[in-house]
Design a protein around this ligand. Sequence first.
Ligand code: NDP
Length: 434
Amino acid sequence: AVRNPGEKEFHEAVTGVLDSLAPVLEQHPEYRDFAILERIVEPERMIHFRVPWVDDGGVYHVNRGYRVQFNSTLGPIKGGLRFHPTVSASIVKFLGFEQIFKNALTAQQIGGGKGGSDFDPHGRSDNEIMRFCQSFMTGLYRHVGSKVDIPAGDIGVGGREIGYLFGQYKRLVGSFEAGMITGKGLGWGGSLIRTEATGYGLVAFTREMLQTRGEDFEGQTVSVSGSGNVAIYSIEKLLALGAKPVTFSDSSGWVYDAEGVDLELLKEIKDVRRGRVADYVKERPSADLHTDGAVWDVPVDVALPCATQYEIDGDHARTLVKNGVKAVAEGANMPTDAEGIEVFEAADLLYGPGKAANAGGVAVSALEMQQNSARQSWTREDIADRLDSIMQDIHRQCVEASEKYTGRPDDYVVGSNAAGFVRVAEAMLDQGVV
Ligand code: NDP
């Protein structure tokens, strides 16, 4: 806290990881000797830059751009860009820190980082988004590249923004370097399944958790929050596995659909019309719009937070537990606050933290990089199979590390932190004190 004043989210992410590593450090005194902890909490590099742009009315704006290159021990830096008014140094550092361990769990060769801007894309025209992205990349391009740091999307950054960012990079460096960014369009180096990967992977991870208790998704009701990339493709996979997703949300409210979410309508409203969740209820008689409370008030078997950080507090967690939720798995990063996590850990339920449960997105980004360097495009089935086996492998690593360090198989918090941390720490020892 003294070194990083005011960085609440970053402190909480670091505390969450370090608290659960006590049993690991006991078994590995060499990590203390070589200052692994001191080094891992300090980013290799933190870049802040000015992003000036002009709106359609000729008004000038100045936003702030960030990129944190946290840890490149396992490979070039990899992590998304977030455009949202809440983005700050603390937010990108918490996300970048979590990304180190998430990326380690995927077993791919990728280091961890994150970036973004406090720019608010809501209500901006395509031209404004393009000018903003061009200015953002003009500030960032000298710090990224396929062997250095490979950005991707996150909140507010989807296929459209990735296209504008890549176009500007290509123009500035004068070469087509497909592997410098992921989430690209399919016609110019993108990978099949990348858009779906985080949601599909989240549901696969949750399926693995449920299997340890002899359950599957068939007939289970599920609450989902958010209505962006992660939420939509989680809902798609839930429906494919016979579950009944009944909620979604955005920052204007949340929807309960007693008959289960109509995915085609939701996609049409969010992806095509770029509308709000309120538009859904106008066209769907079985659905109600709520602006009080939260999706977590609805009694369900499984809860999948897929919007943003701190969307489940202690009270939400207690409500979910009281209503008998069997599993909670995080599509979003740090959606459950510290009190909420305590509630879940004290209850007899399966709790899958984001760094394990939502790693499918970055895993398929790493597959996109592999296809780019081999100049190949793999089939949908091939990538879907690889994603599923990566999620199974992440689940297995969590269970094994949980057993090793806690004596029980289902502490996914200790399991994911320990498994990710040990992989990075061992490689840091190999590479010396750098
Ligand atoms: P999107 O921008 O596609 O969607 C975000 C959704 O969450 C929107 O419905 C948005 O509503 C809602 N939301 C965002 N901020 C808030 C807020 N402060 N309050 C209420 N609702 C909010 O982002 P993604 O789906 O890509 O990301 C969602 C989460 O998943 C994030 O935590 C992200 O870090 C995480 N994640 C994403 C990955 C990916 O591959 N995309 C990979 C791993 C994790 P509104 O439009 O009203 O703002």
